[in-house]
Structures are given as C-alpha cells and as structure tokens.
Design a protein around this ligand. Sequence first.
Ligand code: ZN
Length: 241
Amino acid sequence: MKERLLLLFELHKIDKELQELESLKGDIPEIIEELTEKKDSHEQTLDRLEQELSGITENESVLVTQNSSLAKKIDKNDEVLRSGAVKSNQEYNALAKEIEDAYEHIDKNEDVLEKDIKIKKDELTNRINTLRTELADILSDLAQHEETLKALNEQTEEEEKELKAQRESVVPKVNPEDLEFYKRINDAKFGDAMAVVRKGSCLGCFNSIPPQRSIEIRMVERFFTCESCGRILISEELINI
Ligand SMILES: [Zn+2]
C-alpha cells in the first residue's frame, strides 16, 4: 500500500512540475488566440471595404469619362453652329438641343461625383486607413507575443520533455485503479490531487487532522483523503525516507 501511495506521489510531483512549466506561459497563448481572431476579422473587413472602394472608383471613372466625351460633343456642336454650315432651323435646333442636353447630363454627373461618390469615397478611405493602422498595431502585438511564447517554449522544452518521459515511466507502474482515483481527484483539484500531512495538518488546506488519523495515514493501511479539501494525503515522514 505504501509503495502504491509513493508511486502516486511521484506522479503528483511530476504533474505539478509540468503544471508549473505551463503556468510560466501565463495567458500568452490566449492572448495570441484573441489577437489572431482580431487580425482575421480586420483583414476580412478591409478586403470588403477595399472592394467597395474600387467599385466606387470604377463608377467615378465611368462618369468622368462620360463627362469628357460630353464636353467634346458640346465643343464639336458649337463649332458646327458657329461655322455657319447649318442650313435649316430644324438642324440648328437639333444641335442646340443636343448641347443643352449634354450640359444637363454633365451637371447631373457632376452632382453625383461631388456628393454621393466623394462622400462615400472619403468615408471608405477614412475607415480603411483606420483599420490599416489598427491592423498594423495588432500585427506587431501578435508578433511580440509569438516571439515571447517561442522563447518560453524553447526555454521549457527540454524540461518538459524530460518530465513527460519521467511520467511515462511512472504511469505503467501505477495500479490502474489508483490511477483512476488520482485522475478523478486531480481533475477536481485542478491538477493538485495530493497533499502532504505535516505536524497533524493537511498542507493542501491547512485543516488539522486528528492524531489517530495521522498515525493511520502514516501507516498507509489504505488511501486517505482530506476530509476538508478531498486531496489524497501522504505523511511527510514517508516522503522524507
Ligand atoms: Zn486538506
């Protein structure tokens, strides 16, 4: 029984060390995940807005081209009218009407260019610039955190590998039932399944243990768990031997 308990304690020590290595990384992995999500969503929005902007720019250039050919048409008609080549009133009126229509069309186009298109373009450009600035910040923040995590991983990699190897050599020696028992308490206690009993107290929760129970725990007639915190108890004397 004592051997079985000591094996569990060995496993416990390894698990605690592994946990400490993991906690060195702090919340960096979560931060990286959040930043990556932010980056993706910014990139998607930027994509959409840039497409919208290029559609509007296309419209703009259609209207500008249209206006320039309308202006050419006006010039041409003007020239014809002034040249005196027009013979009939009907022909004259038709050309004059064309000029008038062209001016109207140009005005209408300019209205759209000045108001709708310019406003929309300015708004989109502002939003795109803001998003680009934000994205640059996100990317640099992300790169920084990734670098920190990489450095930490490199630092702990060797130790982690060694601890995992140790764990793999211990686990097969543990009685499967004991392992289940350990795992169950480990899950409930967030990876802290065992506590040492020192001078009649559980070091997991500092609850005092009656002297008779302390003796029983030291004798390891069976596994005992702390009545207060539920951890598997091991007497300090056993691990000092
Ligand atoms: Zn306790």
